[in-house]
Design a protein around this ligand. Sequence first.
Ligand SMILES: CC/C=C\C/C=C\C/C=C\CC/C=C/CC(=O)SCCNC(=O)CCNC(=O)[C@H](O)C(C)(C)COP(=O)(O)OP(=O)(O)OC[C@H]1O[C@@H](n2cnc3c(N)ncnc32)[C@H](O)[C@@H]1OP(=O)(O)O
Length: 243
Amino acid sequence: MKMRNPPVNSLSLEFLTELLISLEKLESDKAFHAIILTSDCPGIFSAGLDLMEMCGRDPTHYAEYWKAVQELWLRFYLSHLVVISAINGVNAAGGCLLALSCDYRVLADNPKYAMGLNETLLGIIAPFWFKDTLVNTVGHRTAERALQLGLLFPPAEALQVGMVDKVVPEDQVLSAARSELAQWLAIPGHARQLTKSLMRKPTADRLLKERDADIQNFVRFISRDAIQKALRVYLEKLKQKKT
Ligand SMILES: CC/C=C\C/C=C\C/C=C\CC/C=C/CC(=O)SCCNC(=O)CCNC(=O)[C@H](O)C(C)(C)COP(=O)(O)OP(=O)(O)OC[C@H]1O[C@@H](n2cnc3c(N)ncnc32)[C@H](O)[C@@H]1OP(=O)(O)O
């Protein structure tokens, strides 16, 4: 699955919906057993959630958007397919969440390709299920520091803290993901799937039990004047970077 939403693969409502539909199609076709998730945007895996979906819109839109974000995470996190990410670019916040929801992560060895949950740098907060997904991957202490400081880890550090499983030269990221896949596909499918569910269901259930409350929290939080202002300032900084 090659993500293509130029220029930065931001996860707009439309793009989230496309990803969901693609995932559902693959999951319902018995011929498919695995996905390699990668990017078609040079140097960028994903810039995360689309800030334009969270800025200057109305509460109904925020609620619709957040429901789609939740849905994408739940579907990827619990997918019965083997999902491996071949991370071939910088990978921020919501994009990093997507990679953390995969079964295995290969990152291209380029110092520009940092990844992490950098929400605090924008003046926002990583929701509890983003946090849980990170804790499940790197452990509590590393996650606590990474989340508070909004750290984006370059490849060597991402590997060292366990945010990714392998770092390889850029031109080998897809072939390394394919080689890894062979090991996962050699395991009897039902045993692997049940084990995945055993490991992940408690985390997913936390959100499933509080889905509506989580949407309401998001809408309340994102609608605050101070948060809207912080997002506008951040977007402005991104634009000014060019001049
Ligand atoms: C008490 C609390 C209770 C409850 C709390 C409940 C909920 C919590 C609340 C909120 C949680 C919300 C969670 C959000 C998670 C996210 O994913 S936020 C997004 C974080 N992403 C980033 O910080 C990345 C930002 N982008 C960049 O750093 C760079 O763009 C990047 C390094 C990816 C690429 O750099 P470069 O190649 O130089 O490209 P440009 O920077 O020039 O960008 C090109 C154009 O794209 C626009 N853009 C970039 N990122 C985004 C984005 N995420 N969304 C929308 N648009 C983006 C950028 O502005 C440029 O636009 P232009 O061409 O100037 O029009």
